[in-house]
Design a protein. Structure first.
Length: 241
């Protein structure tokens, strides 16, 4: 599932400061006098780990500073990303963590994503050769290959990709166009056949990616109940902005 995009990239990558010039409405008035770490009165103490409002900036569970992604360094160690259901290790950069830490799941996902974005070595995922060509959408933009989507019905792909990931290499071979990707994958399948693999199409390909090199992860949250932040839900429970 591959295609080519010929348009120039429209994204701005420097001095990225979203919402910096947007006016605040009355619902966003100063709340500095309030304790924003208080829990909502609607919940019991047993729910503290999930229903806390944003922690102070000094807290280890707060989203750390959000710099621009660094230059890619092929010599740096990549983060190995497994399909959804992976272990919860290394949720907080620079701190060894365990599954029992009092980290809001929402913050944990954001911290993990930010760590992947800011890692100079990128990330590494393993995908079956047959699935890479048939269930992952790749597009070629100028001299780069980007992730444009994947088949949600293939459970082994869950949690591996984000739309906007940059594909750097396949099995250690740098790729700059779709033809190179197909050539490496087909070569891997032929190698598996020569090595007497029972199912050559299921042999794994090692993908080196840059996680969202043109993006940042943000947390938008309320500082008090009923504060409007521009997000609503439709009848199906889907976010609408």
């Amino acid at each position: 599932m591959i295609g080519k995009a010929l348009n120039s990239r429209p994204w701005i990558t420097r001095s990225y400061e979203p919402f910096i010039n947007e006016p605040c409405d009355k619902s966003s008035e100063d709340v500095s006098g309030e304790n924003v770490c208080q829990k909502s009165p609607d919940f019991d103490d047993t729910d503290n780990a999930i229903y806390l409002l944003p922690p102070p900036s000094s807290s280890t569970t707060c989203l750390p500073p959000n710099p621009d992604p660094p230059e890619f360094n092929v010599q740096a160690e990549p983060i190995v990303v497994e399909p959804r259901g992976r272990s919860c290790n290394a949720l907080i950069p620079g701190k060894s963590s365990s599954c029992t830490e009092n980290v809001d799941p929402f913050y944990a996902d954001s911290l993990r994503l930010q760590k992947e974005i800011l890692n100079p070595g990128g990330i590494e995922v393993y995908v079956a050769a047959s699935e890479l060509l048939s269930n992952v959408a790749l597009i070629q933009l100028q001299s780069q290959v980007w992730i444009a989507g994947w088949n949600p019905r293939v459970s082994s792909l869950h949690g591996l990709f984000h739309v906007g990931d940059l594909l750097v290499s396949v099995n250690g071979c740098d790729v700059q166009n779709l033809r190179q990707v197909a050539k490496v994958v087909e070569g891997t399948k032929k190698w598996a056949l020569r090595e007497n693999f029972r199912t050559p199409a299921d042999v794994k390909c090692r993908l080196r990616l840059r996680r969202l090199p043109l993006a940042k992860t943000l947390i938008v949250c309320r500082q008090r109940q009923d504060q409007k932040i521009g997000i609503t839900f439709d009848e199906n429970g889907t976010n609408q902005f």
